[in-house]
Design a protein around this ligand. Sequence first.
Ligand code: ADP
Ligand code: MG
Length: 715
Amino acid sequence: MTDTLDLYADVSSLPYVGPRTTKSLNRAGIFTIRDLFYYFPRSYEEYQAPTNIADLTPGKVTIHGRVVSTSNRTARSRHLNITEAIISDGTDSIRAVWFNQPYRVKQLEDNNREFIFSGNYEFKNGRYQLTAPTVKVAQSAKAAKNTKTAKTAQITQPAKTPTAIHNNPSKNPDESQITESVYSAKSGLKPADFRKLFNHLRPEFAKIPDLLPMTEGKPNFVKKNARRSALFATHFAEDEKEIETARKYLAYEELFELILAAELNKKEAHKLKATPIKYDDSAMHELINSLPFELTKDQKTAAWEIIQDLGKKSPMNRLLQGDVGSGKTIVAAIAAYQAAKNGLQTAILAPTAVLATQHAESLQRILAPLGVSIGLLIGSTKQKNILKQQLAQGNIDLIIGTHAIITDDTQFKNLGLCIIDEQHRFGVNQRQKLLLKSPDGLAPHLLSMTATPIPRSLQLTVFGDLDVSIIKEMPKGRQPIETKVLSDLHMRESLYPRIREELKNGRQVYWICKTIEDSPTQETISVKKQAEKLETIFVKNRVAFLHGRMKPAEKDKVMEDFANHKIDILVSTTVVEVGVDVPNSTVMVIMDAENYGLAQLHQLRGRVGRGKYQSYCYLIITGENKPTRRLRELEKSTDGFHLAEVDLKIRGPGEIYGNIQHGMLDLRVANLSDTDLIAAARRHVKVLAKDPEIMLKYKELEHNIQRYQQLTTLN
Ligand code: ADP
Ligand code: MG
């Protein structure tokens, strides 16, 4: 009878993990047994089978041998320390040479040991030598290998016993490659420390319990002991194929947990109650007839999907995706108007004061004539108390603001709908605060809006609990932005004339720089330097700059002046990235464009092309540099959805959504472009989630998915 491990037990409860190791592990963020077993190798190194010294031919070689003698000297003419060793393996001997590695002498002194040397065997200065080889103690590698073969029998599938390996005549285990796991050093723990520790813990792997339910709908590779085999293989892989099999299982595990978390969140959300917002048909027509344009088909569909959700007794949890300029604001206005007609208040949260102000202005234009009372609550709002009082009394139907809305003393009379613009800029905690502001026992309907398209694979996993509406079609008359990658060497002839032309026609220009001030450590051109330069080039035009270190009031003033065309060229950091709407600007210049992510460049580009004029985006790269793949993709496409897919492929979800959005999404194995695996996990989860008590049976799973549940919890 084997005992099983509780993976959530303290790591110190493992054998060989004493107080000192525990302390080091804790410093590296490893607290539980699970944390340790899931600390995966960064990579694997292959050691070649050794060659007899007598048989060596020039090139990269590996030999096993003992050190016969060592010497160390300094070459006087050059500042060079030379270590030499004579190595013998019984067939012959050979000279090895290292430069400026005097510590080698000590390492090699133990001439009872056998070492593995890998390096270049070459003819130099009239004789053959092994140049600067890597050195490993052979004993440990061999021992590890032997132990491994023995242990493998316990935990891998029966088909692959050691006997099977020995019986294979083409594969003599003594001659095969040795694969060694390479760990990242962490908080004082060296890669070798991890390797040593795992080696000690080999027997423990056989006690790892299964995690995933063996229920209907599971794929074949999810079977008894699959988990311990996968974890074992991850740390002690023997070959490529084993690593692949392990990866597949572990990736599945991650996806399964993500999808299950989303599914359970969705179930939880369905239990919440909201005040249904009854559809008011005449109000809808009133609003639509008041618009100077006709809604696009996608806008209509999105509005309709939202209206249907609003009518339900459980809160809406919908994400409205639409590229910059696709017209999400009007859809939000429709929802807010419906709420107002039902006597419910709406809160719209924007990520910046500038954006909140713009929203307030455009919504004022659309909704005020229809009798909706609108308030703006940002840091600089005067007489906040009066506004808050009105909000608490229910005299304001629609409040637009930044974080100030969710400070603790803001109260609503009857909050029925929350709309969050650029939702990825709000943390989960902030969202939850807002949701606490609705009447007792009721959750507000929630609409998140984003211009950062979320690829379908992410929608099915990370955002699986959200319903989604998509606006793909751009309003009529929009001309695609012409995008060009340009070297900074050619700005004079290729860029300045275009800008002169646009300025002459009364248009405006954005000019994005990476840094605020020049610094000796940065090679990028700064906002201030660029602004000075442009003043000397476009002497008749008004140049101003904007950056995040300016006071909020100063920033707002500059933005306002730009919006009112008191500024022609706005040199700025990426603070203008989000949402600002100045339809008269037609040129976006992005300096040092190599430094930005695809999504961010697309977002920046979206600041132009918002009016009726043809617009241009110039991605400036340094000197003779070649355009990166993402810059070329931007040149080719203005489709945010396509670009998001490309971005996901280039960078992976961790970087896009992990840091920026949540700081919690940490997919270490799974690849979100693996649609087959995602589909399989969805099938499996769907069957499982039908059982309301399911989590009671899978304690560890319940524990694991908590972090994901927070990640996607909106209600
Ligand atoms: P975003 O999706 O980036 O928030 P906005 O809602 O700010 O886009 O809309 C961008 C511009 O397009 C606004 O000036 C808006 O008035 C205009 N617009 C929205 N819908 C339409 C439409 N169906 N036809 C023409 N113009 C539209
Ligand atoms: Mg917008």
